[in-house]
Write a protein that binds this ligand. Structure first.
Ligand SMILES: NC(=O)c1ccc[n+]([C@@H]2O[C@H](COP(=O)([O-])OP(=O)(O)OC[C@H]3O[C@@H](n4cnc5c(N)ncnc54)[C@H](OP(=O)(O)O)[C@@H]3O)[C@@H](O)[C@H]2O)c1
Length: 320
């Protein structure tokens, strides 16, 4: 993609987009506790977006994870199924795809899909470096880049904080030299939150990735307010608890309030809970199915719950 302009879809440059966004800020989505309205806006295609605080670039609030779902090896039908998911993702207006060297063959699967789709211009590539010895970081990033077939990554995250002291200086240097656009750190399932908090307070990272869902809400206590205070974008992994949350909820009818926020599935309820938090930039659900992908992208449209409804959603789901 052209990394110097905000790509908000065919025919939209940054200036056009900003004009559209300023006119369409969703006041109804502004939780009561927020000091100022989060920059949740609708693009002309109707997808809700949030700005990356360090740059102002807009991202749709739903992205695509690839752990397990895209680890399909050389299985040709499975590779085509993943390509169909990626195609549907871009058709729906999606941009951010997240992966890691830890995810088996997910990186070559992404590369296969991007090549089949002739390198979609809207792509926002989010990768990770996952090696304890920082001296091996550059070679790993280069191998990842070759798997994806992209000229450079948009975002590089230190996976699970592994060797972060060694990796961050190199990533900042790559960013300064234009070989990356953003630097981040990832964690999941509440692991090493105290250390993550220390990094967020002391390092000039652009992104943090962490777990948040209707049942795992620890990040709401300190990390999400800190991200807002420090101007750090937030990617949310495991919005469905790797599917367990949806399996658990499937036994129950949708509550009446789901229709008030335009949700016709538990998946959309779970995603709208996550992306309505004002600190959250983008949730990254993973799926191997086009029908699920379309359902998930539907959560980036329409109304979001306010603070009172968010609290009720968490309470009601915990009580099920
Ligand atoms: N430390 C880290 O950096 C870290 C850790 C964990 C995860 N992550 C990232 O976060 C992403 C998401 O987390 P996750 O993969 O653990 O799990 P998740 O997104 O919470 O759940 C994925 C599961 O939900 C199912 N699913 C998706 N959409 C659905 C729908 N609409 N209806 C019913 N089922 C649906 C998928 O099955 P189907 O294939 O059948 O749709 C899949 O089994 C990962 O893929 C990865 O990119 C990062």
């Amino acid at each position: 993609m052209n990394h110097h302009t905000v790509d908000t879809g065919p025919g939209h440059n940054r200036r056009q987009w900003l004009g559209a966004a300023l006119g369409t800020t969703l006041a109804s989505a502004w939780p009561a506790w927020a000091a100022s309205p989060p920059a949740t806006s609708a693009t002309s295609g109707g997808l809700l977006t949030r700005r990356i605080p360090s740059s102002g670039e807009a991202l749709p609030v739903v992205g695509l994870g690839t752990w397990i779902t895209f680890n399909v090896g050389n299985d040709a039908p499975a590779l085509e199924a993943c390509t169909a998911v990626v195609r549907a993702f871009f058709e729906a207006g999606g941009r951010l795809i997240d992966s890691s060297p830890m995810y088996g063959s997910s990186q070559p699967t992404i590369g296969h899909a991007l090549a089949a789709l002739q390198q979609p211009q809207a792509l926002f590539s989010a990768e990770k470096v996952w090696v304890g010895d920082a001296a091996r970081g550059a070679a790993q990033i280069e191998a990842s880049r070759n798997f994806w077939g992209v000229p450079r990554f948009d975002l590089m995250q230190v996976h699970n904080l592994l060797g972060w002291e060694g990796h961050l200086p190199r990533l900042f240097e790559m960013k300064a030299r234009g070989r990356l656009r953003y630097v981040g750190i990832s964690t999941s399932e509440g692991r090493r939150h105290a250390e993550l908090e220390r990094i967020m307070r002391t390092q000039r990272i652009d992104f943090v990735q962490l777990t948040l869902n209707l049942l795992d809400r620890e990040a709401e206590q300190r990390l999400l307010p800190l991200a807002q205070e420090r101007g750090i974008a937030v990617l949310v992994n495991r919005p469905f608890r790797q599917g367990d949350l949806l399996n658990q909820l499937a036994r129950h009818p949708l509550p009446g309030w789901a229709a008030d926020i335009g949700c016709d599935s538990w998946a959309q309820v779970a995603l709208k809970y996550v992306v309505s938090h004002p600190a959250v930039t983008c949730a990254i659900p993973a799926t191997s199915q086009v029908a699920h992908l379309r359902q998930n992208m539907g959560a980036a449209r329409g109304r979001l719950p306010d603070a009172a409804l968010r609290a009720r959603m968490a309470r009601d789901v915990a009580a099920l």
